[in-house]
Design a protein. Structure first.
Lengths: 353, 448
């Protein structure tokens, strides 16, 4: 017997090497991509935006840990997926939303939407958007009260207590980008297009800066974390529809650009619709999914009861993912059109015979 | 029309370990060789020598029993045993153990044909058969069967010099150092098929080999050397055909169905050796490499030499190996016993340290990230196939064309959750084959 037989060898099925990218890596990249938007949120809405985001992350990680502990399942905190949900949920809430409401949203997102369906990979809708939809149902006023950056508001107000007193100039009822007058009536917001693009407008913490979200999205595509098909199909559909059907007698191009830069479109297209768990995996499926999201967004914005349609359009499309993937199944390798036709004819003949 | 295949991955190729090492013979002839009787796809050969017989180099010691290719002695000496021995494919395999007498007496029945242009197709097929040539790329399909079944159907002969598996440099060195044999072998194959032009596909990370082969072809212009994108699995038969001709081999079909025949460059060199020099397959080039190896090498090795000898030849380990493989890291087979010996399809002995090898971790949950779908060169949806496979829903997995899977490992490599997809599909395919066999038996029983 040779000495080398004492070697401690692993015998496993091929392949014997693996890509260095794992789940945690991917989620970390998503978090990095969200940082620019967070910075803009803090610049425009004050430190409260940062505190709210941190609270949301901590709450999500806590609920994830607590649920799995309670159910005696393996701990899954290190994959960072709960942190992503936490950031995204904070991003789609108004900066003035009391912290406790945010935490309720986190609970709904992590426990009800995600863990009750089996945890990561099993939920059929985006947890952050599910949490937002729940908050919209429960606290519609708090969720849709916007402050306009830089107007009168004391940026430090309510940082600790979590409560912001709504009074006077702080509350904006008129022409914020998310008002019904804009989306349904075609009345352009007062903010300039540049302000809307950079994010110097009223809105949710992380939604306002189209520029920063675009940067984050491009980072994710460059890193190969997400594929470009969904965001491109989504944004292109919205662009084409709003360009073709401008409202309120506005210039087509201006109207389209305002529609693209405001609301949750950029956040939704790059970060929500591309959520792995709740989006299709096939090439064709991704394009169908993106177009579907775009159509629903425009329909809700134009005709719906809510001024903003991104979150609901993505949630609705989330529910169709299995169906979409069936439609999007790639063509079988080596099967030509003639072979398909022949197989069809044969099956038909078989039925008749 | 040429087209790149869909998907694929690009692992770090690590070929720098051995790419500049010239093919060297073993520093000392092996004391003993253990020649397995199964070196090809098909039925194992029947040993035709007995204990105590004296054999010569190139003498036939295993005869075809069904689909296969004969096996020849790689050293001269006395047969010490004919018994099952550890085998690179797993388990044990009937083997002939020869003790070397270091005389190297030549005993092949093949006759050299310096001018092969006068040979007929049948004669070439016969020489290839008698020389025991099998696919040298790893799969080991008997070459004479490939030629004889393809004559008349094939319009494109492709040599596979892609060597897309990371680490391995055996084909690379062969093309550089014995390029004339590769091209000569291709011309012989073309003659057997009655064709004028052939193609050699080489990945562009072997620029020097491409230039060398092009220079060798020179003005004759009958052989085109295609530079292929470095992308795994470029060297998979179907993907190579797709890249070179734009044709897709139909499900369950063979390359001949789309008029192609693909041979490894090593196979072509073996054909040249057999026809022009009258040498059967007794040796082959093997890359001994990996970060665990002290001095990675490309070696010209007599068949039947143990992995231990090869590793010693490369000055042993400098770090503890975590896995020892035959073949490349994407499709190679893990070994647990270094007494296994090399066969015709062994292109590498790869010793990976635990830093290079895939971490042994528990599978995480599937994120549905879809990367597996994006890299699958066979247009499959591994994420859904695996869902069915996990639950034992074989028929549903079959509906997703799991049988088309070529087990290239791309999906498995890219999976961020480290799910053992290839293993899962191997099990599924095995179960489906069992089911099909059962159904067939039941049908026949019903008939009778």
């Amino acid at each position: 017997m040779n000495e080398e037989k004492k070697l401690n060898l692993t015998v496993a099925s091929s392949p014997h090497v693996a890509s260095p990218i794992d789940t945690q890596n991917l989620m970390r990249d998503v978090l990095i991509a969200l940082v620019p938007a967070l910075i803009m949120g803090v610049v425009f809405f004050g430190p409260r935006a940062l505190v709210a985001t941190i609270i949301s992350v901590v709450a999500c990680e806590f609920f994830e840990w607590a649920y799995r502990k309670l159910m005696k399942k393996s701990c899954a905190n290190k994959d960072l997926s709960a942190a992503v949900t936490g950031v995204l949920l904070a991003f789609v809430c108004a900066p003035t939303l009391p912290y406790w409401m945010l935490i309720i949203g986190d609970f709904f997102a992590i426990v009800v939407v995600k863990q009750l369906f089996g945890g990561l990979g099993q939920n059929f809708m985006n947890p952050a958007l599910g949490g937002r939809a729940f908050l919209m149902l429960c606290y519609p006023v708090a969720m849709t009260t916007w402050i306009v950056p830089g107007i009168g508001a004391d940026k430090w107000a309510g940082l600790i207590s979590g409560e912001v007193t709504m009074a006077g100039a702080d509350i904006v009822t008129g022409a914020t980008p998310l008002s019904a007058d804009f989306m349904h009536g075609g009345l352009l917001p007062e903010a300039s297009l540049l302000d809307a693009f950079v994010g110097n407008v009223g809105g949710c913490i992380g939604e306002v800066s189209a520029l920063m979200l675009l940067l984050g999205g491009l980072y994710l595509i460059w890193r190969g974390v997400i594929r470009a098909r969904i965001p491109v199909a989504y944004i292109a559909t919205v662009a084409v529809l709003t360009f073709a059907f401008p409202m309120g007698g506005n210039d087509r191009l201006t109207w389209m650009l305002y529609q693209l830069c405001t609301g949750g479109l950029m956040l939704g297209a790059f970060f929500m619709a591309t959520d792995y768990v709740t989006s299709p995996v096939t090439k064709k499926g991704e394009v169908i999914f993106g177009i579907g999201c775009g159509l629903l967004t425009v329909f809700i914005r134009y005709f719906g009861g809510y001024p903003e349609g991104v979150s609901y359009s993505i949630l609705i499309m989330n529910c169709c993912v299995w169906l979409i993937d069936k439609v999007g199944k790639p063509n079988r390798y080596g099967v030509t059109k003639e072979m398909k036709a022949a197989a069809k004819a044969k099956a038909k003949a078989g039925k008749e015979g | 029309m040429k087209q790149s295949f869909y998907g694929g991955v690009h692992p770090h190729d690590r070929k720098e370990l051995a790419r500049h090492k010239e093919i060297a013979p073993l520093s000392a002839a092996p004391k003993q060789v253990v020649i397995a009787m199964s070196m090809h796809i098909g039925a194992p050969c029947k040993p035709i020598v007995a204990v105590g017989d004296h054999v010569k180099v190139g003498q036939k010691i295993g005869e075809i029993a069904g689909l296969g290719a004969p096996i020849h002695a790689s050293v001269s000496g006395e047969v010490k045993a004919v018994e099952p021995r550890p085998y690179v494919g797993g388990g044990k395999c009937m083997s002939v153990v020869i003790e070397n007498d270091f005389q190297d007496t030549w005993g092949s029945e093949l006759v050299p044909h310096a001018d092969y242009t006068k040979l007929s197709a049948d004669e070439i097929v016969n020489i290839v058969k008698e020389a025991g040539i099998t696919g040298m790329g790893g799969a080991g399909f008997p070459t004479h069967v490939k030629i004889s079944s393809g004559i008349g159907k094939v319009d494109t002969v492709i040599l596979n010099g892609a060597e897309c598996e990371p680490y391995i440099t055996a084909d690379h060195r062969l093309m550089l150092e014995h390029g004339e044999k590769v091209i000569g072998g291709l011309r012989i194959l073309l003659q057997a098929f009655g064709l004028k032009n052939g193609v050699i596909g080489v990945e562009e990370n072997k620029e020097d080999a491409i230039e060398h082969l092009r220079a060798l072809v020179g003005g004759r212009g009958d052989v085109t050397v295609e530079s292929l994108r470095t992308r795994y699995p470029q060297g998979a038969e179907k993907q190579l055909i797709q890249r070179i001709t734009g044709r897709e081999v139909p499900p369950g079909g063979l390359p001949a169905h789309v008029g192609c025949a693909v041979f490894n460059v090593g196979t072509a060199a073996a054909v040249y050796d057999a026809v022009v020099e009258g040498k059967p397959v007794t040796h082959r080039v093997i890359t001994v490499t990996g970060d665990a190896i002290q001095d990675p090498k490309n070696l010209m090795v007599p068949l039947g030499v143990s992995f231990q000898t090869l590793i010693d030849e490369a000055k042993g380990f400098k770090e503890e190996p975590e896995r020892i493989l035959t073949g490349g890291p994407m499709m190679g087979i893990a070994q647990y016993d270094l007494d296994v010996t090399c066969i015709k399809g062994t292109n590498a002995v790869l010793c990976l340290t635990k830093h290079e090898a895939a971490p042994v971790v528990e599978e995480e949950v599937c994120l549905r990230c879809g990367r597996c779908v994006n890299v699958c060169p066979m247009h499959l949806t591994p994420v859904y196939m695996h869902l069915y496979a996990e639950k034992g829903m074989w028929k549903e997995a079959e509906a997703l064309n799991v049988m088309d899977c070529i087990e290239c490992g791309s999906c498995n490599y890219i999976c961020p959750a480290r799910i053992h997809l290839v293993q899962s599909f191997r099990v599924t395919k095995g179960e489906l084959r069992n089911l099909a066999a059962k159904e067939k038996a039941a049908k026949e029983a019903a008939k009778a």
